[in-house]
Design a protein around this ligand. Sequence first.
Ligand SMILES: *Cc1c(COP(=O)(O)O)cnc(C)c1O
Length: 406
Amino acid sequence: MQPASLLPEKAFRSHAPGYWEKKNVSPEDWNSHMWQMRNRVTTLAGLEEHLVLSDEERAGVLLSGNKLAMAITPHYFNLIHPTDPDCPIRRQVVPRIEETWDDPEEMSDPCGEDSHMPVPGLVHRYPDRVLFLVFDRCASYCRYCTRSRVVSGVGDQKLDTEFEAAFKYLEQHTEIRDVLLSGGDALLLSDRRLESILSRLRSIPHIEFVRIGSRVPIFLPQRITPALCEMLAKYHPLWMSVHVNHPRELTIEVKEALERLSNHGIPLGNQSVLLRGVNDDAQVMKSLVHKLLMSRVRPYYLYQCDLIEGSSHLRTSVAKGIEIIEALRGHTTGYAVPQYVIDAPGGGGKVPVNPDYLLMKDEQRTLIRNYEGKVYEYPEPESAKKRELPAMVNRFSMVWEPSAKW
Ligand SMILES: *Cc1c(COP(=O)(O)O)cnc(C)c1O
C-alpha cells in the first residue's frame, strides 16, 4: 500500500490558509507575493511549528545552511503532509541529512555550465540559443537544484552575471535566435527590472524567441499579477517553461496563475525532474500530465535528475524513466507525454532517451512494435531498397563507430 500522500490527486484544491489558519492572515496579505516572500519558512523552528520532523530531516536542516538555503513559501508549505516524511512535497523542499553524503560521481556543476560561459551568467552550449542567468534567488529552494552552487546566496560560488557584456555578446552573435531566461528565478525580479531585460533583448533583431524558465507560478502564484502578465505580453513571442513534479502542486491558485499567463498569449510548457519518492511512479506521473493539460500546460521535458552533489536519495534509475514514458506513450494523449532526457554529465547537453519501439531495420524493412507490444513491419519503398544503403542498423547488434563515414 502506498502512503496516502503518494496517491495521485486529480482534483484542483486550495490548501489556503492551511497551517496559517490560526494566524488570522487577511486575504490581502495571503494573496500578496510580498507577504508570501516575507513569511517563508526558513528555519528549523519554523518547520517544527507545523511538522513532525524525522531525525534525517532535522539533521538535514541544521546542515543545509552552507550549501543551499532552505526557504518555503506559505502557499507551497501548505501542500506538505504534517507527519509523513515520505510526503512527495516534503522531499522536494525540506533538507535531509542525505544531502551531506559524499558520492564520487556527483558534481557541483553537473551540466558543465561554468565552462560554457563566454560571459559570466550566459551559457552558450547549443549553436542557436543561450541560457541567460538573470537572478540568483528562488521563491523556494528545490533540494535537487542543479545550480545550487550559485543559487540562494549561501554556497561558495556567486552568480556574477555581467549584464552589459552579455547583451554585447548577444548583439554580436547573430546566430543566436533564442534566449532562455533563468537563474534562480527571473520572475522574482521586479516588473521594471524584468522589463528592462526583455526590452533590451527585443531590441536585438536576430533574437526571434524569448522564454522564461520559472517555478514562481508553482511556489508563488500570487506573483503572477495582471500587471506582470500585461508587461510580459508586450514582448511576444514569449514562451514560458514552468516546473511541476507532483499533481498536488497544481492547486486552484496555481491553475489560475497559469491561466492568466495563457490568457496573455504565453504558451506554457512543463519541465519535471524524475525524483525518487516524488514522481517515480507511472500513476502519479499520469495524474500530473493530465492535470497539466487541464491547466493548458504542455508537458515538455522529463529530466533524469542531474548528478548534483547531495542528490543520491532523490535520484532514480534510468530504467524507471523509460518505464514511465512507456506507460504514457499510446496509453494517453500524445500531448501529455513529455520527452525524457538526460542532461549529459559534464556538459553534452540534453540527450533524448526513449523506449525501444524500433526493433530492427535493414534495406528491406523496418520492424516496429506498438505501445501494446504488437510487432509491425514497414517495407522500404522500392527506390530505397535498390540503393546501396549504409550499414544495417540493428539495434541489438549495432557497433557504433562515431568516426565511420556514412
Ligand atoms: C536546456 C538548455 C537550453 C534549452 O534547450 P531546449 O532543448 O531548446 O529547450 C539552452 N541552453 C542550455 C545551456 C540548456 O541547458
